[in-house]
Design a protein. Structure first.
Lengths: 331, 247
């Protein structure tokens, strides 16, 4: 269907502009930098995004929120241009007919009811059929029962959902969502992920920022990885994940006989190094190039050695360490 | 004008009415009423309408109370939305930001004028009933001057709230130091204060030798200066909103 770069590219220099398909809405980011005083938030970023769900992935402070705000026109780039359907976003208010934005911040007018808040957005978007648009948007996020309560009485998750309804009320072609799953309970996460996928399947351009890798893989086919203000990688999620999995990863194994377990894993070439974890009793840290194979083999090895395993845990599955693999080339 | 034709105006007006700032505004606007009661207690029916209400309006209400009322409303109209980061909900829309600024200023003007004029009128009617002197020129002067001051200060403080973050503090310093002190006592600075032009209009409506303004400007000049100030500040507010980075 779409888009960013195919196959995944781990950037070893400033990325070149990426082609987007000729049909449907599109967002083009051309040579964009943004700095605040001496701090460079985004540096020389180029990419294009077409219909479908694209995740803007990066650790906290990586520049992804700044990037999203620039794409939505909230913040102007210091250099470069951002266009949506060939129109420069800043200074062109008409473009907002086709844009919906779910900002990260929780603040919503506490004195308005959910219905009034969505209605306000519908009126300001000049929706032709006001009531049906409002009801459709509220139903999309399953907020009909709470629509007549004041937003100030809502939980964090409910505020998040009503913000989504407000952003979708005019059926926009381009949707920006900044950490949309934040504050949602597990059921609502599932529903919201389904909704994001549905929007992508409808041919809308959906750009979702997140710092949670495991969540992103549930809804985004394409990924833009931003690290330290640079576009570090872009492409299909699977390709990037495979690239990540190629790297040596550290796994903690807690068991009744860690020394024997470690020696056995080394013998079987499942580990490239093993060390005793000084912070815990009966635990080793295993470094492996093939984590999947390691995980599969641990029960078999444990059974063979008659060792009881208490815990197996990845030590570097956080997004920050995953990004360090992805961006090794850049550094 | 319904909520669909001017949604930002209605939202802002409702924001005022639901917030705490409206109570502070009401207290400030009630000061002339309080002074009236004190005068009634002190003088009984032998009070001078122009002596108490007319003079306090030119000495206290115009230079201090009205700008404070406008400051509180105008700073919360946009400043609070910048602080709590709700502004994107209103500006990321296919609507002109010039219209947005106008609706914001209008909300400050309507709420600020209604409260200050209503309480000014209440003070006037109570004093008029007690004294038996229904001074028509005085109430016209109060209504016109209140409206002009609220319009001019609301536009100016709206711009200020887009330029700096601590708008309430900066506005307070401006009101108390510039409008209340410097522009009052330093002759050349008078012509650079909103207070002077509002006082000039007020004094000429009253046409009373006991209520005068030094270096008084003509009504037409005052209206032109105040009108120009409003237009310039609204245009600059619009330009600033176009350029500024929003969180």
């Amino acid at each position: 269907m779409m888009t960013v770069t195919e196959p995944a590219q781990i950037k070893d220099q400033q990325p070149a502009a990426v082609q987007t398909p000729g049909r449907g809405a599109s967002v083009q980011v051309n040579n964009v930098s943004k700095w605040f005083g001496d701090v460079v938030a985004v540096s020389q970023v180029n990419f294009g995004v077409g219909p479908g769900v694209t995740a803007l992935l990066g650790p906290n402070g990586s520049g992804k929120t700044t990037m999203l705000k620039m794409m939505a026109g909230l913040t102007g780039p210091s250099t470069g241009t951002i266009t949506i359907n060939d129109t420069v976003v800043r200074m062109h208010s008409d473009i907002y007919k086709s844009i919906g934005m779910v900002p990260e911040q929780e603040a919503v007018y506490p004195f308005l009811t959910g219905y009034e808040f969505v209605r306000l957005n519908a009126v300001m978007q000049n929706c032709a059929e006001l009531e049906p648009s409002i009801i459709r948007a509220i139903d999309l996020v399953e907020m009909r029962d709470a629509a007549n309560r004041r937003v100030g009485e809502y939980s964090k998750g409910m505020r998040q959902r009503i913000k989504m309804a407000a952003a979708l009320v005019h059926d926009p072609q381009v949707i920006f969502m900044d950490e949309p799953l934040s504050g949602l309970d597990p059921r609502q996460r599932v529903r919201t992920i389904e909704l994001i996928r549905e929007l992508g399947n409808q041919g809308k351009v959906v750009i979702v920022s997140s710092h949670l890798l495991h969540e992103v893989q549930r809804f985004a086919e394409q990924v833009l990885v931003i690290v330290n203000g640079h576009l570090a990688a872009s492409g299909s999620f699977r390709a990037i994940r495979e690239k990540i999995d190629e790297h040596a990863r550290q796994t903690l194994i807690s068991c009744t006989s860690p020394r024997r377990m470690g020696a056995s894993l080394l013998e079987l070439d499942l580990a490239i190094s093993v060390r005793i974890d000084p912070t815990r009793d009966h635990a080793i840290v295993v470094e492996s190039n093939d984590v999947r194979e390691l995980y599969k083999s641990i029960p078999r090895v444990a059974q063979k050695l008659d060792v009881r395993v208490f815990e197996v845990r990845s030590l570097d599955d956080s997004l920050a360490s995953v990004f360090s693999y992805v961006t090794e080339a850049v550094r | 004008m319904n909520s669909d034709s001017a949604p930002v105006f209605w939202l802002t007006a409702r924001q005022f009415l639901e917030g705490r700032s409206i109570r502070v505004v009401a207290v400030l606007a009630a000061v002339p009423l309080l002074l009236g009661f004190i005068e009634i207690i002190a003088s009984g029916t032998d009070l001078q309408m122009r002596g108490i209400l007319g003079q306090s309006f030119i000495e206290l209400t115009i230079p201090t109370l009205l700008p404070l009322i406008a400051l509180i409303l105008a700073s919360s109209a946009i400043g609070n939305e910048i602080t709590d980061r709700t502004l994107p909900y209103l500006v990321l829309k296919p609507r002109s930001r010039f219209r947005f600024i106008n609706e914001k200023v209008l909300a400050s003007v309507v709420i600020g004028s209604l409260i200050s004029i209503a309480l000014g009128f209440l003070a006037w009617i109570i004093l008029a009933i007690v004294s038996g002197n229904f001074d028509g020129e005085l109430i016209v002067g109060i209504v016109v001057a209140s409206f002009l001051a609220i319009v001019a200060y609301s536009a100016a403080f709206t711009l200020l709230s887009l330029l700096i973050t601590r708008v309430l503090m900066a506005g307070l310093l401006y009101v108390l130091i510039w409008e209340t002190l410097l522009a009052r006592f330093i002759p050349g600075l008078r012509l650079l204060s909103v207070r002077h032009y509002v006082q000039s209009v007020y004094a000429q409506i009253l046409d009373d030798a006991s209520i005068g303004v030094s270096q008084q400007s003509a009504v037409s000049t005052s209206l032109i200066v105040l009108g120009t100030l409003v237009i310039i500040t609204i245009v600059f507010s619009w330009l600033r909103l176009q350029q500024m980075d929003l969180d």
